[in-house]
Write a protein of this length. Structure first.
Length: 259
């Protein structure tokens, strides 16, 4: 289905966000005085998937190898620019104050970066009139017709793959080693700004040649059944309730057990 779209500059997508950004963008965001969080999720990965499992290989490209107990896992760490209310770069006239160097995710919205997701207009913040235009965002063939959107999507996918090992080093430097179970929840880590910037610079400058090593990660869950399953698989796991009082927070995507 052809999707028509033209931005009305309503500014809704610049409020109360967790904006996925690359390592380069995270360093710029922090230097500008913004906050960045790490969203961590782990996928059990007992063996490599078959070559035709394109979704699994997509996840593999943007993750790094780790161990949880005896179980091999892949960890996806998403760096998120975080702000409540209006983005610190949003001007009173709803223009972006860093338009020329705004993050790739800002250039992509409301398109989808994940090739396995279809654009669902109802889930987007754009007002109805934004979709009633002659401008085409996505053609019948699924291709993004806007060159900046298409280029930014490609840039985000490349950054995801390029940054995976940098993120492994980043977590090792920061001592971060707890995640949610993919599709069930994530663990959000929010290191202090200066420390995170220093750690990102150190992780980045370590280069691609060095071995990161296989780190030991704990998988956090808010569901008893999941914890039992993880334990029976020899995984290092931990109830979400144990994060209370720490700097890490658990965010569940499915209902958990009553406390
Ligand atoms: S950086 Fe600019 S485009 Fe992105 S959320 Fe902030 S104001 Fe909006
Ligand atoms: S919510 Fe949609 S229409 Fe509004 S500024 Fe963002 S991209 Fe444009």
């Amino acid at each position: 289905m052809t999707i028509h779209f033209s931005c009305t500059m309503c500014g809704r997508c610049c409020h109360g966000l967790r904006l996925p950004i690359g390592v380069d963008e995270a360093m710029a965001w922090l230097r500008d005085g913004g906050d960045v969080q790490l969203f961590c999720e782990a996928i059990p990965w007992p063996e490599e998937p078959p070559a035709d499992n394109h979704l699994a290989w997509y996840k593999r490209r943007r993750s790094f190898a780790a161990l949880s107990g005896q179980l091999p896992v892949r960890v996806i760490v998403s760096l998120m620019a975080a702000f409540e209310g209006a983005c610190p770069n949003l001007q009173p006239d709803m223009r972006c104050g860093i338009y020329e160097r705004r993050p790739r995710a800002c250039r992509v919205y409301p398109a989808e970066v994940n090739p396995f997701f279809s654009l669902d207009r109802d889930s987007k913040l754009c007002p109805p009139e934004a979709w009633h235009t002659q401008d085409v965002l996505q053609g019948e063939d699924g291709e993004w017709t806007d060159l900046e959107v298409a280029g930014s999507i490609a840039g985000m996918r490349e950054a995801d793959a390029r940054d995976a090992e940098v993120k492994a080093r980043l977590c090792a430097i920061l001592g971060i080693a707890s995640s949610g179970l993919s599709n069930e929840g994530i663990v959000v880590h929010a290191p202090e700004r200066e420390r995170l910037l220093w750690a990102l610079e150190a992780a980045q400058s370590a280069g691609t040649g060095g071995e990161t090593g296989i780190a030991a990660w704990q998988i956090v869950s808010h569901r008893r059944a999941t914890l039992e399953l993880l334990q029976s698989a020899g995984t290092a796991s931990r109830p979400a309730s144990e994060l209370e009082g720490t700097t890490a927070k658990f965010m569940g995507f499915v209902p958990g057990d009553p406390a």
